[in-house]
Design a protein around this ligand. Structure first.
Ligand code: ADP
Length: 719
């Protein structure tokens, strides 16, 4: 036997002075896992075994003479036990506990300590303490299943089945070897794997089963024995499962249980039932059996912040919690400390990430709510369609009000085949365009309502990607009333211009009659007034004709004559006529086309008149209007340039719309109806040409138009 050796206190000759059991208890071992310390009645350390140098990295000489308080952690140091005159009475015969001792680097290391008061023993006169290191055990779970049988209820988390089967087979195998009985309630798959492993380890399961030393049951079969309305029934549980344990416990055998019922409930989403079952297991333990229970949960079941509380409830139900293999498989303390640090770092970054995500989620929620409100309250009808399936995925109430369908009728319906787009060709074309183009727009698209009426909508479509899907957003603005008003206005213009035409024509006739008479009578004064009247009547006639043309264009009733005519001749004729009506401007003609144009000579003349009159009207400060003619291979180009007030870019397209007039202060002073350019551009368009303007505000304007050449014209141009 190795003996405490301290020359001052205990000599070899005093060995027999130790009572036998004390000697056995405190005989310092030779291994490096234990430190033996002797303390005198004042708490001063009188001896330390050399193992302190490897366990706490300090020389025993440095410790001897120090107070016990210097070695022990303040929380573990109880002065009453170690100090003062009453020490002999205060320290009990033998005391055990866990203590932290100071390492040389200042850290605290855990030890299992046992102190025995031998102050009164002659020749010893010391409190004898042995400290066995447990730091490693404190940090690491016990992995030796032969030692764990004293645990009541522990839980193993795991990531893969192989690790679980390894742990459980070791737990059960050790038990069966040492005479324990085992009860296994596991999934069919785990049962098969487990039994295969046990057999591979040399366990005779048949024999064990015959003696009720090994009882196995499939998890769902076991659950069916006691589950009532989704929760475990306490009485049924203790009868069914307690019965199994009672069979195993015969002849006072210790029982090891592996159960997956809680895990099964958890996986099925019955978390409350699982926690309840854990409680029942704990109750069963107390009454009337003693057994070790091994529960196992797959770690992925707890992946998610929402499981945080339930996870800690599960842990609370167990006397031991064993982390999954990513931690358990690390053998070295240093590796484990690193793993813990990494986990802590991960946990704190996850916590930070969660905060950030919550913030982002709440921002997203705000913007989603805002979008939803805008979507729902928009006066425009909004439809969202999946571009691949053409099915309507969302629709607001304005659409349902506009078209008379319910939301339910529209959601999931194919928009292209729904009645609303099917009734008119133009609507079908608009739908195809919406499918094919990134965006499209129609001013007044006829859509059919559920009860067969036609509503006109301003239709805008936009195609974009959302959540990895191509979607088409369609917005529908009801313009039926505007359309109706436009129709009435057109009807009124048509009617009014027809009504005006007749009296003005008669006025013109009578005027000509009076003019002829006055010429005969030689009444110069009357002739002068009649000429002025004629000019005004001509203006009035031109206005009425414009209005009539407009109405005819609207209804598609404007008739174009088709004849071949010489363009240069027409231009010269018109320029000469207009020149006669103006004293303020000189019309300058440049170039020629030598072209024959096929079309309505009078209507093309009307275009030229309109452009020249505008050029004169909108350049009151200037004195020249230029007219240029050019001939290309396929078409001719005619341009009318003035040096007047010009047109800002914003209006360049719109001046060709019906009734559009630039309404800035300067333009307001010029008379007109705003239909001349509309009619002119329509005439050019009907002849297969184009009209456009080049201008800047205050810098004059140049109106251009093209006309295609006849085949003969093209042939001549190519010579
Ligand atoms: P209006 O009868 O008003 O002249 P038009 O259709 O001929 O109608 O022209 C439309 C508008 O375009 C005019 O109101 C005017 O504002 C602008 N405009 C047309 N020609 C010219 C021009 N040569 N210079 C400046 N503005 C012009």
């Amino acid at each position: 036997m190795a003996i405490i050796s301290n020359d001052d206190h205990i000599g070899p000759e005093q060995e027999n002075a130790f009572p036998l059991d004390e000697q056995q208890s405190f005989a310092p071992s030779e291994n490096n896992m234990e430190i033996v310390v002797l303390v005198d009645a004042k708490g001063i350390i009188t001896y330390v075994s050399p193992s302190i140098s490897s366990l706490l990295v300090c020389a025993s000489e440095a410790i001897v003479g120090c107070h016990a308080r210097d070695l022990l952690h303040p929380d573990d140091f109880e002065p009453a036990l170690w100090e003062g005159s009453s020490i002999e009475q205060a320290v009990p015969e033998s005391q055990e506990g866990e203590y932290r001792l100071r390492h040389k680097d200042g850290s605290w290391h855990w030890f299992e300590g046992k102190s025995t008061n031998l102050l009164a023993v002659p020749g010893v006169g010391a409190i004898v303490c042995t400290f066995r290191t447990i730091s490693q055990q404190k940090l690491a779970p016990r992995l030796h299943w032969s030692e764990i049988y004293t645990s009541k209820h522990f839980v193993q988390f795991y990531e893969n089945d192989a690790f679980l089967i390894d742990s459980v087979s070791s737990f059960l195998g050790t038990g069966l070897e040492t005479g324990d009985a085992c009860v296994v309630i596991a999934s069919q798959e785990h049962l098969l794997m487990l039994e295969e492993q046990l057999r591979a380890n040399g366990v005779d399961l048949l024999h064990a089963g015959a003696q009720d030393k090994y009882i196995a049951c499939e998890v769902n079969t076991a659950l069916a024995l006691f589950m009532v309305d989704g929760l475990p029934g306490p009485e049924r549980f203790s009868k069914a499962i307690g019965g199994m344990i009672a069979r195993a416990v015969q002849r006072g055998r210790h029982v090891r249980v592996f159960g997956e019922m809680v895990a099964q409930l958890w996986v099925e989403g019955k978390q409350d039932a699982a926690v309840r079952l854990e409680e029942l297991w704990n109750n069963l333990y107390h009454n009337p059996y003693t057994f070790s229970l091994f529960c196992a949960y797959p770690m992925h079941c707890f992946a998610g912040e929402i499981y945080q509380e339930q996870f800690s409830r599960i842990c609370q139900q167990h006397s031991h919690v064993i982390p999954d293999e990513s931690y358990t498989s690390l053998a070295q303390i240093d590796e484990r400390l690193r793993a813990i640090s990494l986990l802590q770092q991960k946990a704190s970054s996850l916590a930070a990430e969660i905060v950030e995500r919550k913030e982002a989620e709440s921002q997203l929620k705000i913007s989603e709510d805002r979008y939803r409100r805008l979507f729902e309250t928009s006066k425009d009808g909004l439809l969202i369609v999946d571009a691949d399936t053409h099915l309507i995925t969302d629709v607001n109430s304005s659409v349902t009000e506009l078209l008379g369908y319910t939301r339910e009728q529209l959601l999931g319906d194919d928009l292209g085949h729904s009645g609303m787009f099917q009734s008119q060709e133009i609507s079908q074309a608009a739908w195809l365009e919406a499918l094919e183009q990134p965006s499209s727009r129609y001013d007044a698209l006829p859509l059919q309502t559920r009860d067969g009426q036609i509503r006109y909508v301003e239709f805008v479509s936009n195609r974009y990607r959302a959540n990895g899907h191509e979607v088409i957003q369609c917005s529908l603005r009801d313009v039926s009333e505007r359309k109706e008003l436009d129709k009435r206005k057109d009807e009124f213009i048509s009617m009014a211009s027809h009504e005006l035409k007749t009296p003005v024509t008669s006025l013109k006739g009578f005027l000509n009659l009076v003019q002829r008479r006055s010429i005969k009578q030689g009444d110069e004064k009357v002739l002068h007034y009649l000429a002025r009247m004629d000019i005004q009547i001509n203006k009035l006639t031109a206005l009425i004709n414009d209005l009539l043309d407009l109405s005819r264009m609207q209804t598609g009733k404007l008739i174009y004559r088709e004849e071949a005519f010489l363009m240069d001749e027409l231009v010269r004729e018109i320029v000469a006529n207009i020149q006669e009506t103006t004293q303020t401007h000189r019309l300058v003609l440049e170039g020629q086309t030598l072209a024959t144009v096929f079309g309505d000579r009078e209507r093309i003349g009307q275009v030229l008149i309109n452009l020249l009159n505008n050029a004169i009207k909108y350049s009151p400060q200037a004195d020249t209007v230029l007219m240029r003619m050019a001939n290309g291979r396929q078409k001719i180009l005619v341009s009318v340039q003035d040096f007047g007030i010009g047109i800002a870019k914003d209006h360049h397209l719109r001046i060709f719309e019906r009734f559009y007039q630039v309404t800035e202060p300067v333009e307001k002073t010029y008379p007109g109806l705003g239909i001349g350019l509309y009619i002119s551009s329509e005439i050019v368009r009907r002849h297969g040409g184009l009209m456009w303007v080049e201008s800047r505000k205050g810098e004059g304007a140049t109106f251009h138009f093209t006309l295609p050449l006849t085949d003969e014209g093209k042939r001549l141009a190519s010579l």
